[in-house]
Design a protein around this ligand. Structure first.
Ligand code: UT7
Length: 334
């Protein structure tokens, strides 16, 4: 039996911000940003909420599908519109998905990969009661969404981070289909971020029981030691690719197309080199989107599926890495 990717979707905010636009208010320039990251522009939400972006991406993926048939919604994000209700609950309500179980996960830029890993496991669950399986919700169709408005947690005076991130949403519709192979292997892994190389604090309200002197509220803004995260990313992407390939019994050559997290063009190039694969096999969208954390892989996957290059039977690998620290990869057959 297969857990197949039936369709994908993507949504972007209207405003496009070019490197030169950012160079107007921080000390940077287009040449530095392009050569160090590959980024030329990114979309920034002005009026679009995360919910607007998530539901717009989901609607694309759901075209022609009965909304009553959606059993599960997992939203991966570090920038939900609210803490309560979850983005999953908000998406379910706004789209009208009466039968869906819905919730959020946060594994930063690996969020979509963890969402896929979790959705696949849940979709396989409960189907084999006769052989000792669990009696539980049977999930036939699941939406896995990655959505971010990173522009709202970026310190726009910090040139080392504000040039990197963008906003957007991507989505995959997973479907139980006994005639398809679908997901072949998946692997996720957490690594302790002992040096706090990638963090974003939370500014809580004060209580009557604390005082200004002893209270130490954390600034709610992304902070990143770029060099450390870069080194982690290059190692982690290699490890998860290797493991997902080993689980699947495949070689790098067997993969038709690679869809990596879009954090830095140099990280993607390093992965291609390590696995001796041509860059043409890697989806590269970072130039136009920047790093959109959990939304980055599903947005890039949408572009891959729309490219006209992908045919039935092709094998695609999705790879993510990021805060936590966390990383993962999923291989599926189209
Ligand atoms: O998605 C989650 C995972 N995230 C990642 O994977 C990000 C990984 N890290 C990176 O992509 C890169 O480390 C960055 C793009 C963040 C930074 O590139 P880098 O080549 O590591 O630059 P650096 O931090 O070593 O800085 C080099 C120089 C420094 O100047 P000095 O000390 O050499 O004089 C920085 O002050 O570049 C300077 N710099 C800038 N210059 C112009 C830093 N940011 C900028 C900037 N414009 N925006």
């Amino acid at each position: 039996m297969g857990i197949a990717i039936r369709n994908t979707g993507k949504a972007l905010p209207k405003l496009i911000v070019k490197n030169d636009d950012i160079a107007r208010f921080v000390d940077t320039n287009d040449e530095w940003i392009v050569s160090r990251t590959g980024i030329k522009e990114r979309n920034i939400s002005t009026e679009e909420s995360a919910l607007d972006l998530a539901t717009a991406a989901a609607r694309v993926a759901l075209e022609g599908v009965d909304y009553n048939s959606i059993d599960l919604v997992i939203v991966a994000t570090v920038t939900p519109d609210k803490i309560v209700p979850s983005m999953g609950a908000l998406v379910k309500r706004k789209l009208g998905l009466p039968n869906a179980v819905a919730y959020d996960i946060n594994t930063a830029c690996s969020g979509f990969i963890y969402g896929m890993w979790m959705a696949e496991a849940l979709m396989r669950n409960g189907r084999d009661v006769q052989n000792g399986g669990t009696r539980t919700n049977i999930i036939n169709r699941a939406l896995v969404i990655g959505v971010e408005r990173l522009s709202r947690i970026v310190d726009w005076t910090d040139r080392s981070t504000c040039i990197i991130f963008g906003d957007g949403a991507g989505c995959a519709l997973l479907e139980y289909d006994e005639h398809k192979t679908g997901i072949i292997s998946s692997f996720v892994k957490n690594y302790d971020d002992v040096t706090d190389s990638l963090t974003c604090g939370m500014e809580y309200l004060k209580t009557p029981f604390t005082n200004e002197e002893t209270d130490n509220p954390e600034k709610q803004a992304l902070s990143m030691n770029g060099n450390q995260v870069f080194k982690f990313a290059v190692n982690a992407i290699g490890e998860v690719m290797e493991t997902a390939l080993a689980y699947a019994g495949l070689t790098p050559e067997d993969i038709t197309y690679y869809v990596p997290h879009q954090a830095n063009l140099r990280i993607i190039t390093a992965a291609a080199k390590k696995f001796k694969q041509p860059m043409e096999k890697f989806q590269v969208t970072i130039g136009e989107t920047g790093n959109v954390s959990a939304a980055s892989v599903p947005m890039a996957l949408y572009d891959t599926m729309q490219s006209g290059e992908i045919k039935k039977g092709d094998k695609i690998m999705l790879m993510g890495f990021g805060g936590g620290l966390s990383a993962g990869a999923v291989i599926f057959e189209v």
